[in-house]
Design a binder for this molecule. Structure first.
Ligand SMILES: Nc1ncnc2c1ncn2[C@@H]1O[C@H](COP(=O)(O)OP(=O)(O)O)[C@@H](O)[C@H]1O
Ligand SMILES: [Mg+2]
Length: 263
């Protein structure tokens, strides 16, 4: 945690731990909302001159569930690439837990990335590893101790409902089960922020709905969720915050909005 002193959500968090308790007569201070991610004036031009984002401002408080919508080419994946520091902004700031990702030292990148769980439309599973090993491998490469890996893997497989498929290979799974494996792998580090880029893009409506239910459940467990999607039905049915991008700009940011697909 970058700033452990602010991770305490009690109203007393601004006081030093050794400060005496406030007298009862003192009015309660409002609980400051933690901002998990913030983009400030972000412009992104790719080397070929294509401008993908233009002056984007976005604040996502802890515990939020955000749908990022907009037509193909609007800049949704670029937002996600900036958040996982796959790309750097041309202008502006991208902050994760108040930390400027653009100024992150190279050696700190993996540590920060581990605090974000990411899944994509294609599941990117290792075809020759079982479900259990796909998930466990994600911990193994970070140097986790062998004895800690198995219980962590069991826990996330329970969360995504794949305990019974733990020893199967990805090729023996349905699309929905493959995406749930990818979600388990993204969760195994206990991320603060869970990002999904069109996670239901390859799935039929019933299975897509199951994946959304799972992301809502992950959000209920306290993880902030940002999901880029084209799935208008889902966005309209789930009354959550909707941030709409068009041509690299945020054109709408509302809670519980319907989403009318334009492409
Ligand atoms: N690596 C890249 N190089 C050049 N242009 C890119 C690159 N990635 C995306 N773009 C362009 O940036 C714009 C936004 O793309 P993207 O963020 O992928 O949108 P979305 O995910 O909403 O479909 C598009 O015009 C796209 O062609
Ligand atoms: Mg995209």
């Amino acid at each position: 945690m970058v700033s452990p002193e602010t991770s305490d959500s009690k109203p007393s968090q601004n006081r030093r731990p050794d400060a005496p308790d406030a007298p009862d007569s003192e009015p309660p201070k409002p609980v400051p909302t933690r901002i998990v991610l913030a983009m400030q004036g972000v412009t992104k031009s790719y080397p070929n001159g294509r401008v993908a984002l233009r002056g984007v401002d976005l604040m996502v408080p802890e515990g939020d569930f955000v749908f990022l919508v907009g037509p193909s080419g609007a800049g949704k994946s670029t937002v996600i690439k900036l958040l996982i520091r796959d790309e750097l902004p041309t202008k502006g700031l991208v902050l994760l837990d108040g930390r400027d990702l653009g100024r992150l030292k190279r050696r700190d990148v993996p540590k920060v990335r581990r605090r974000i769980g990411v899944v994509f439309q294609d599941f990117k599973l290792l075809p020759n590893k079982t479900v259990r090993d796909n998930v466990g491998f994600a911990l193994e490469v970070t140097g986790a101790r062998a004895k800690d890996i198995a219980p962590a893997v069991d826990r996330v497989l329970r969360v995504v409902g794949l305990t019974g498929q733990a020893d199967q290979l990805p090729g023996q799974l349905s699309g929905g089960e493959q995406q749930r494996t990818a979600i388990a792998r993204a969760l195994v580090h206990n991320p603060r922020l869970f990002i999904a880029d069109e996670p239901t893009g390859n799935l039929d409506p019933v299975i897509s709905w199951e994946i959304i239910q799972l992301l809502l459940r992950i959000n209920e467990l306290g993880v902030t969720v940002l999901m880029a999607t084209h799935n208008a039905e889902v966005v309209t049915a789930v009354r959550k915050r909707v941030v709409a991008l068009e041509n690299g700009r945020i054109v709408r940011d509302e809670v519980g909005a319907a989403y009318h697909r334009e492409d």
